[in-house]
Ligand binder design. Sequence first.
Ligand code: CMP
Length: 138
Amino acid sequence: MEKTLAIIKPDAVERNLIGKILARVEAEGFKIAAMKMAHLSKREAQGFYYVHKQRAFFDDLTTYMSSGPVVILALRRENAVPKWREIMGATNPAEAAPGTLRKELGLNIEKNSTHGSDSPDNAAFEISYFFSQANIHG
Ligand code: CMP
């Protein structure tokens, strides 16, 4: 069983979409291994998105991700990393396939409603960034 890290971003929390996204998580066969709501500091967002620190959008991204509460999830399923990315769709909602979360819910490339790890190695880093082993179930 593989794990991935998912985030329901500030735009989706603000628009009361937590329940809709969690329903999709469960309907797609993921088990929620860990979950919490948090309002990240700018520094926490910078640490989380460290791999993007050279990118032009890094400052805007980390300001946005620390602008309001998020819901952070560790999800467990067979092929959890690629499966969650498939359900989210392309990073830019305008380019995402019909039926994907970002197509249906996302507003733009920054306010794209959800995050998902892009590899099992990054998933391990991202999960450990937010959850201690004692708080990860199953
Ligand atoms: P996420 O999967 O959370 O990982 C990095 C985020 O950077 C990405 O989703 C986007 O929301 C955000 N982002 C903002 N601008 C860009 C861009 N030009 N290219 C890629 N990602 C971007």
